[in-house]
Design a binder for this molecule. Structure first.
Ligand SMILES: [Fe+2]
Ligand SMILES: [Fe+2]
Length: 322
């Protein structure tokens, strides 16, 4: 019994069994998945197809960073990234989801109280914390794969890429502003406290852990949308993009901070959606299934996202009414 327990992945939660059943029955079943091997559909209609297509392009951009064989043409335009600010929300389905949502709701006013209108500092400090869950979750999956001597099915890669991406966000904001001594101390405390709590959470219930990160990332998308509004209203300066951001996102020489925020927000959309997807998989006990995310859109389908914009620009001006 003990040996079985030890060989069982820690990522199988004892506490989520009942709710797992509810989610799985409502949405998809392990049997269907194994039979047809189809990508899992979302359990609820919470994200638009257009958002998924643009996010697929964001993924393609990141893949192209380290993989020269990827088509660099599939990249989101700034116009497409503008559309990523919709406040998409995954509706909680069960007790675990509600707990995750409430936890984020509890943290929200605290961060607003701490940083108020210091958006640069807000972004900088939060990125130091945001890089932890991916690294911790990936470490659990890594050890699980070693312990059970089985494949991981791309969870580790996705989670560690998320951590790497968040660390790049931190380095980008470090070229825009510098943390105060108090903020550096806060980072240290947060790394110890949050790191420990997230480790415990992931050990017992990876489903809630991923859902929690999904909701945190929803907040990150909202925070960067607010950042953009502040730039547009003139409350924050729109200076030149940091050099590191230009290299990372392959931006033009005349790119601005606003362009960088659009790209960073696109990344947060990626993290939000991936974590909600992993929470769904974990909820159905599908720990040995690839996320199958982003969806498998064809190149034409992806190119078509920005076509209406192009058509608008290319079409001749309407004749003036006389
Ligand atoms: Fe980030
Ligand atoms: Fe993020």
């Amino acid at each position: 019994m003990l040996a079985r327990r030890l060989l069982q992945p820690l990522t199988v939660s004892r506490f989520s069994r009942t709710t797992v059943g509810v989610v799985a029955a409502r949405n998809f079943s392990r049997h269907d998945y194994a039979q047809h091997g189809k990508p899992l559909k979302w359990s609820q209609d919470w994200i638009t197809e257009e958002a998924e297509k643009i996010m697929t392009k964001v993924y393609a951009t990141h893949k192209a960073l380290g993989d020269r064989s990827t088509n660099p043409a599939i990249q989101p335009t700034l116009e497409e990234l503008e559309k990523m600010g919709d406040p998409l929300h995954y509706k909680p389905l069960n007790l675990g989801d509600h707990i995750a949502e409430r936890l984020v709701g509890f943290l929200r006013p605290l961060t607003h109280l701490m940083f108020k209108d210091k958006y640069n500092h807000h972004a900088l400090v939060l990125e130091t914390v945001a890089a932890l869950p991916g690294m911790i979750g990936g470490a659990f999956r890594h050890m699980r794969s070693l312990r059970t001597m089985r494949r991981d099915f791309a969870w580790i890669h996705n989670l560690w890429e998320e951590a790497e991406n968040e660390r790049m966000h931190l380095l980008i904001w470090m070229q825009v502003t510098q943390p105060t001594r108090l903020e550096r101390a806060m980072v240290l405390v947060a790394q110890l406290g949050y790191g420990f709590l997230y480790t415990v959470m992931y050990m017992f219930t990876p489903r809630i852990a991923h859902r929690f990160v999904g909701y945190l990332e929803e907040e990150a998308v909202a925070a960067y949308t607010h950042y953009l509004k502040c730039i547009d209203s003139g409350a924050l300066p729109n200076g030149p993009a940091p050099t590191i951001a230009k290299k990372y996102y392959e931006l033009d020489d005349n790119a601005t901070i606003r362009d960088v925020v659009l790209h960073v927000r696109g990344d947060e959309c990626m993290h939000r959606t991936m974590n909600h997807k992993l929470a769904e998989l974990a909820g159905a006990g599908l720990y040995d299934s690839p996320p199958h995310y982003p969806p498998d859109f064809s190149e034409q389908e992806l190119q078509a996202v920005s076509e209406p914009e192009k058509k608008k620009k290319d079409s001749p001006p309407l004749p003036e009414n006389k």
